[in-house]
Ligand binder design. Sequence first.
Ligand code: 2RA
Length: 325
Amino acid sequence: MKVAVVGATGEVGRMFLRLFEEYNLINEIQELRLFASERSKGQKIKVGSKHYIVEKLEEEKMKEKYDYILFSAGGSVSEKFASIAEKAGNVVIDNSSFFRMKENIPLVVPEINGDILKGYKGIIANPNCSTIQMVLALNNIYRSLIIKEIVVSTYQAVSGAGNKGLMELINQQQGNTEIKHFPKMINNNVIPIIGDILESGFTKEEEKMIEETKKIFDDKKIKIYPTTVRVPVLYGHSESIFFRTEKDASVNELIELIEKTPNVKYSEEYISPIEVAGTDYTYVSRLRKPEEKTFLMWVIADNIRVGAATNAIRILLKHKELNSI
Ligand code: 2RA
């Protein structure tokens, strides 16, 4: 295969490269091209046993033929360059939010709706990290009991804001009180705002959870009420999820449904972010049923892996399998 990574020097871009090794994809990649901005041009990155030189992203390079191009370089880069790559007949897996809600663009969590990739060529959108772990944890329950409404509070790691987010917390923990990236101090604090605040009073991050969940479940009726919060954690998004279902079930029946979900693990012992960083599972714990058809759970996943790079690699593997590439 001939594969390209756009945004190869960022948090998610570097995780793509690491996962090429972990998933033994590197042995199937005959040609690997790494692209980034002018500033990163010339950087050397080791993948497997070889060193690759980062190239400056240019339109002409996106017109070449690749088997897959993975993007994680922000919406404006995807808007321009992923479109050029698609027009050249490439399959693009885009981690930005730019294409997620476009009518004809598949928004994919392979364990849920991966089958829509059969015979598909073009741009495939990777959902937002906080959406991915929630729909993964709820999918079997949704399919069996029909979920009518979800109330979710998230506790999102600073790595969700990329290297700038990580550096801001680390610097503040070392005594530098400068606030450059987040709206307020993040050290010893929590910030109930991620992204712009919209007319509705919800934030862009909360709107993503609402709209993306409806698209992935293909359900315009389901009600989702999110509050997304930034917390001083480096890696691992946590979510407190309350949901009501159409059909009733016992806690044990829910545990069975969760345990039958690929890449999701249930734990009687509660799980914290520091335990999931570096893994590719979504963890469910603190399952409770206060009354009929009413449930609460605690869901955690590594936001750079499950919430971005691993889901994108799983999309590539599913597309490759369904289309015999
Ligand atoms: C965040 N979900 O956590 C957003 C983008 N990765 O900042």
